[in-house]
Design a protein around this ligand. Structure first.
Ligand SMILES: [Zn+2]
Length: 393
């Protein structure tokens, strides 16, 4: 059994709960004739884009692949840096597929240039940036992101200038971002003929951040993605195409904001705090701090649901990891600008949709975790992965 094509469609930041409420007739057709898992979990913590894309790419967890999230604090240079493909310690499915004669394309519209804080209120989210796509596409012969693709760059410039002029955010802009990504997908399918195509649609995550997980705006963005996926299927033979539709992580509606810098009295004991997805944070202690003391204080800190001492490379990844309780969001000198955030192990952040279109072998895969994705693609497209990731068939 081997397919002509495989699609891996990642709907950014889409929680299972939102997916189940959405009007997505084409995806529902795929489920009716194919399969879905309603217990698929993101086995990546914190539940943010770069770590999750690395888990999807390699089929192993962050402790093995080394991408612990979006960002970390560099204690030597004393600044926050992003995790990137250079730190990936395992080989990706794209690399193995290419080595065994398959063409792999990875694309998407992440990386909107939101490092400028003034844009946060207008277009929240996207800390994962194009770095997530560079990790997923490491080893792919076709990797088109906002960094190297003129079509994506022009679209970004135009959309950002519109938003800045009107000084208002509109979910239709998120839809426009997805439409541009889809145009690129159609272009790649027509001209590059990849065997495997992976695409990230970023609009859902951003609409959910700005308007909430079950807002009409989020559901509209999802309905548009449904139409774009239908258009992708119109360009291939659906009976010779394997397809997985999932999300890198979920999202949680938030109502309460905790500023981790002002609400504690940790002066002197903390060197840096890096929030991830705003529902998790890495704490980097200073040399003179007592870890048990700071740990105990955070255990009683309002809004903190879980405190973990980190043993995986604490020099880079921090000494303590905090996860938000209930509907709390963390910030460091930030105001609440988002209706939903992610990063924690709560069900809403961790459970994602998993649609399996596998017409040559209906119900042939049990995909229950993010680590199962790479192996399922390898099996469907007849190449081998040799990095210790599971293949559940
Ligand atoms: Zn996000």
């Amino acid at each position: 059994m081997a397919y002509q094509h495989a699609f891996l469609i990642i709907i950014d930041g889409l929680p299972l709960n939102t997916f189940q409420q959405a009007e997505i007739p084409f995806i529902r057709q795929l489920i009716a004739a194919g399969a879905q898992s309603t217990t698929c979990e993101v086995n990546t913590l914190p539940t943010v884009s770069r770590g999750a894309h690395a888990t999807i790419a390699t089929g192993v967890t962050p402790a093995q692949h080394g991408i612990y999230g979006n960002r970390y604090y560099d204690r030597i240079q004393k600044r926050v840096r992003g995790f990137g493909p250079a730190q990936l310690r395992r080989v990706t499915f794209a690399h193995y597929a290419e080595q065994q004669g398959k063409r792999v394309a990875v694309t998407g519209n992440k990386g909107l240039g939101l490092s400028d804080g003034s844009l946060e209120a207008l277009l929240p989210g996207d800390e994962g940036g194009s770095g997530a796509l560079e990790i997923l596409g490491k080893g792919a012969s076709i990797l088109r992101t906002v960094k190297n693709d003129p079509m994506l760059r022009d679209a970004r410039r135009q959309i950002l200038s519109e938003i800045q002029q009107k000084n208002t955010a509109s979910y239709t802009k998120y839809i426009e971002f997805d439409n541009v990504a889809a145009r690129l997908v159609f272009d790649i399918l027509e001209h590059d003929h990849p065997d495997i195509l992976a695409v990230n649609f970023v609009g859902a995550d951003k609409a959910i951040h700005a308007y909430g997980p079950t807002s009409p705006e989020a559901l509209q963005t999802l309905a548009n993605i449904d139409r774009l996926i239908q258009c992708m299927f119109e360009r291939v033979n659906p009976h010779q195409t394997f397809c997985l539709i999932t999300a890198d992580h979920g999202n949680t509606a938030v109502t309460r904001h905790i500023d981790l810098t002002t609400s504690g009295t940790h002066a002197g004991s903390i060197e840096a705090i890096v929030t991830e997805g705003r529902r998790s944070a890495r704490i980097y202690l200073s040399d003179r701090a007592s870890l048990p003391e700071v740990e105990m204080r955070y255990r009683h800190h309002p809004g903190v649901g879980l405190v973990k001492v980190n043993h995986n490379d604490p020099f880079t990844n921090g000494d303590l990891w905090l996860y938000a309780a209930g509907q709390t969001t963390f910030g460091v000198d930030t105001k609440i600008t988002r209706r939903a955030c992610h990063g924690s192990p709560a069900d809403s952040d961790r459970l994602v949709p998993m649609v399996i279109w596998n017409p040559l072998q209906a119900n042939g895969y049990r995909i229950q975790q993010q680590t199962d994705i790479a192996g399922a693609l390898a099996h469907a497209m007849n190449f081998r992965i040799r990095n210790g990731s599971p293949t559940r068939i």
